[in-house]
Ligand binder design. Structure first.
Ligand code: 1BN
Ligand code: ZN
Length: 333
């Protein structure tokens, strides 16, 4: 693994104009398509130091069954490409539902109008109720890149790892009393652009759900939105995302430090338009945990080289346990 270095200078993924480096001012001050506008004035204000203490006996540090998480990823990848509208996409939905049997699951199904026509898009939410008033959403997308659908592309890291990690988090949450906020696991759909990533051709499911939850009052109850994307890379470097909420990013870093995993976090900073954008725009505190350094210069991203052999169970363990520790720290306040 690459040694982590918090003070490493940001490496620009030059080829991808939607990812901007560290300073928006230095980059001309423009925002990438899909990146959020500044949070609404009503956004809850907090600082990471508000969450610095846990109860005297917080119990053992959280952990996940990372071998099982990687096994899920293998099984998901075995379906083949899973773009919206495909038979494999429907098979994956059935797979997700089968692993959530007995859980409280709701979906948000709609028809998305895209540059490639109309497609059914379905967000899936598994709800684990807590004793505290409020919701923590942990999200990740399950669709895979559409333009690459006939190239042998299988999206092991991009789409596969996030889907699998959420299934494993469900295993960890299931059957336990939640002495904290309700946790909602959200498998988003239609994250990928159908043609080219723009504000209107991307994050179809997240845009629909953010609007739905704004209209039905759910959004006001969301204390934090934690997004996992491309988190299986064996060489794990989670970027600090400049379009996420600073205090929540700080909290994630504190959680990583508590577990001794800080060298895998925030060695560089990016600004990434992703599923959190529609929630950020509506003032929800968000943290996008994305490793946008997948192979040298992100060379495996959106290529048929995005395969399971590039992933490791340790990376899924690191991200899964840091997410759970972040939840625990949020619960403690
Ligand atoms: C992440 C994985 N994304 C798509 N697949 C979002 C993204 C799009 C990140 C464009 C950077 C540039
Ligand atoms: Zn992608």
């Amino acid at each position: 693994m690459k040694p982590g270095n918090r003070f490493r200078l940001p490496q620009l993924p030059i080829a991808f104009s939607l990812v901007l480096c560290l300073s928006l001012i230095a980059c001309g001050g423009s925002k990438p398509a899909g990146a959020p506008e500044p949070a609404a004035a009503s956004a809850p204000v907090a600082s990471a130091s508000d969450f610095s203490s846990l109860p005297a006996d917080p119990g053992p540090p959280p952990s996940i069954d990372s071998a099982r998480a990687l096994q899920y990823t293998r099984q998901i990848v075995a379906f083949g490409a899973r773009p919206v509208g495909s038979a494999n996409h429907s098979r994956l939905e059935e797979y997700i539902y089968a692993h959530l049997k007995g859980d409280l699951v709701v979906d948000d199904l709609f028809t998305a109008d895209t540059p490639e026509g109309k497609f059914p898009v379905r967000n899936i939410v598994a709800k684990f109720p807590g004793t505290k008033d409020g919701i923590i959403v942990i999200a990740g997308h399950y669709d895979t890149n559409y333009p690459l659908r006939n190239t042998g592309y299988v999206g092991a890291n991009d789409g596969g790892s996030s889907t699998a990690l959420l299934l494993e988090l469900a295993n960890q949450l299931r059957g336990k009393k939640r002495d904290g906020y309700s946790v909602w696991l959200l498998w988003t759909d239609g994250e990928e652009a159908l043609k080219q990533w723009t504000d209107t051709d991307s994050v179809y499911g997240a845009r629909h759900l953010a609007e739905l939850w704004q209209n039905d009052g759910t959004l006001k109850q969301i204390k934090a939105f934690l997004l996992a994307d491309m988190i299986g890379d064996a060489d794990l470097n989670i970027d600090r995302d400049a379009y996420s909420t600073p205090w929540l990013e700080d909290l994630v870093y504190q959680a990583a430090t508590r577990l001794g995993y800080q060298s895998h976090f925030f060695g560089r900073q990016n600004a990434v338009g992703d599923d959190h954008a529609p929630f950020m725009q509506r003032g929800v505190p968000c943290a996008d945990l994305i490793d946008f350094d997948y192979g040298y210069n992100n060379i495996f991203w959106h290529t048929p080289q995005d395969t399971v052999d590039k992933l490791s169970p340790q990376s899924m363990e690191i991200v899964g346990s840091v997410i759970l520790e972040t939840v625990r720290m949020l619960d403690s306040k």
